[in-house]
Design a protein around this ligand. Structure first.
Ligand SMILES: Nc1ncnc2c1ncn2[C@@H]1O[C@H](COP(=O)(O)OP(=O)(O)OP(=O)(O)O)[C@@H](O)[C@H]1O
Ligand SMILES: [Mg+2]
Length: 313
């Protein structure tokens, strides 16, 4: 059966207001401080993932809602400009679009989030026809998307039953509870993409090697993101390692992991060998890490010589 989309993902719609200065800490007592710079851009792990995947030539649809407000329009415009299909994204008059304020200082940042539209999607919004129209489901922001979380195992199982391949990027759990039936969820995951801290927290163990041993045995492809140290992947007992050069100074790292995921899957869905998928992924992650916000640095298909020979444009 011909599929309309390469990837479908659930949209954690929010905008990022990124404030930057050498000393960004707010002072209470009604003290007004000025900041050196700001950007207002589309955020949301799955939204950033979607724009990167579309820029690499994949046909991507996002399912979700935005508020009926200027931030919602900013998100829809950014997604459309990148080539993401927004037909399953609804503007909801009863909602306000999610917002994260990032206070960036040197290599560090603090975040304040109003979840709004980013958490409202539920399993009832996902119909089989929609899922069956895609080759692959990428499930990101597992713990942040609280409306979906109670049904995450079932959603992944449904996708597999409908013939999709699946990937999971849990991202961080803001509640730090890491409360899912991991064993069961992983039976329906083809590609798992945590960073080091997430891998440990998901497994509830104190050592990274222990977490990796557990995860490697339960998913066909385990991909571990290591920030400036690059990334590793394991499949069929073989390990691949990709080192990276440090990203350009002046970036904030926002969205590096999400763009990495899209790069990896662009390779994987086109049947590339795992080391090539890792290489593409790291180039996407590094390019984004060196810029402000999650979307700006994202490379296009034409920037990645490994991809042009493949598939559609
Ligand atoms: N400072 C950096 N220099 C070079 N490459 C980087 C840097 N930060 C991230 N990357 C690249 O991006 C990839 C993913 O970044 P990271 O390991 O921070 O993922 P993450 O923790 O999931 O990020 P996110 O906060 O976006 O969820 C890394 O494997 C690496 O290839
Ligand atoms: Mg991440």
């Amino acid at each position: 059966m011909t599929k309309t989309y390469d990837i479908i993902a659930f949209a954690d719609t929010c905008v990022d207001l990124i404030l930057r200065d050498d000393d960004i800490a707010p002072r209470f007592g009604q003290v007004e401080k000025t900041v050196a710079d700001y950007e207002l851009v589309m955020g949301g792990s799955c939204c950033i993932f979607a724009t990167q995947a579309a820029k690499l030539g994949l046909k991507v649809a996002l399912l979700g809602t935005v508020g009926d407000d200027a931030y919602g329009e900013l998100i829809l415009d950014t997604l459309s400009a990148a080539g993401v299909d927004i037909q399953y994204l609804r503007m909801d008059k009863t909602l306000r679009t999610g917002l994260t304020v990032h206070m960036v200082q040197g290599d560090d940042r603090a975040m304040l989030t109003y979840p709004g539209s980013s958490t409202t999607l539920t399993a009832a919004d996902i119909c089989d026809d929609m899922l069956a129209g895609a080759r692959h489901l990428h499930y990101g922001s597992l713990f942040l998307q609280t409306g979906l979380l109670p049904d995450c195992v079932e959603i992944l199982r449904r996708a597999k039953e409908l013939g999709l391949t699946t990937s999971l990027d849990s991202n961080w759990d803001p509640a730090e509870a890491w409360d899912i039936d991991l064993e069961e969820a992983l039976t329906s995951v083809d590609v798992l993409l945590p960073n080091e801290q997430e891998a440990q927290n998901l497994c509830g163990v104190v050592s990274l090697p222990e977490a990796l041993r557990y995860l490697r045995g339960r998913v066909p492809v385990l991909v571990l993101k290591r920030g400036v140290e690059g990334a590793s992947a394991w499949t069929k007992g073989i390990e691949a390692v990709q080192m990276v050069a440090e990203a350009d100074a002046g970036g904030d790292g926002i969205g590096a992991g999400d763009s990495f995921d899209a790069g990896f899957l662009a390779g994987w869905l086109n049947g590339l060998a795992i080391p090539d998928c890792l290489s593409i992924a790291c180039r996407c992650g590094r390019a984004v890490a060196g810029r402000v916000g999650g979307v700006k640095g994202q490379p296009y298909r034409s920037d990645l010589p490994e991809l042009p020979a493949l598939g559609r444009d």
